[in-house]
Design a protein around this ligand. Sequence first.
Ligand SMILES: C[S@@+](CC[C@H](N)C(=O)[O-])C[C@H]1O[C@@H](n2cnc3c(N)ncnc32)[C@H](O)[C@@H]1O
Length: 204
Amino acid sequence: MSYDVLAPFYATLERLTFGRALQRARCAPLQTNVAPSTVLVLGDGDGRFLELAVGAWPGATFVVVDQSAAMLALAKKRAEGCCMRFVQADVRDGLRALGDHCFDVVVSHFFMDCFTESTLKRLVSEVADQMSPEGCWFVSEFAAKAWWHRFLLRLMYHYFHNLTETEAGSFPKYGEVLSRAGFSAERLGMWRAGFVVADVWHRE
Ligand SMILES: C[S@@+](CC[C@H](N)C(=O)[O-])C[C@H]1O[C@@H](n2cnc3c(N)ncnc32)[C@H](O)[C@@H]1O
């Protein structure tokens, strides 16, 4: 099964499993005082972040990339407009399909966990090349700090990995990849006893 099949049930499954925690994490960037002009949204999914971002960041142009046609269709329904460009692409093939940009904000919610660390290393470097020097990257993710976080993540990967055909078979140390690429994190919030976190990463 892929994200195309999962797309219509994705929000309901999420609510049954995590309540409102993931949506709260997605909204964290919208409560900061950034006022971006060009935003890259990686693996936006069904558009629940995007429809709020359009209102919170008026005047911004959004480039939204996702490999799932069904997810993109849902996102378009929620947030289509003249400031919005949707690109169906597998980010592992590189970001050429996006054209040349200088993004001042990058957003990835629960996206890094789809990839192995070696893929993330390449991806982070390509994204960083298309960011303005003072740009920032909002990341919402799960945390693997406590033993029970790691236990839950193992369970999630056991079921979710095959269900969604994602390449990562275990939770990647995405924070180490970002740090090695010269980014440092500031915590915006955490939910579910620290299992769900939202950070903003700046270049050092
Ligand atoms: C776990 S979902 C997260 C969706 C959304 N950002 C959220 O907050 O729920 C991962 C999203 O990334 C997309 N995705 C997964 N692998 C991808 C890839 N290699 N290239 C582009 N998009 C990908 C999926 O189609 C899906 O929409």
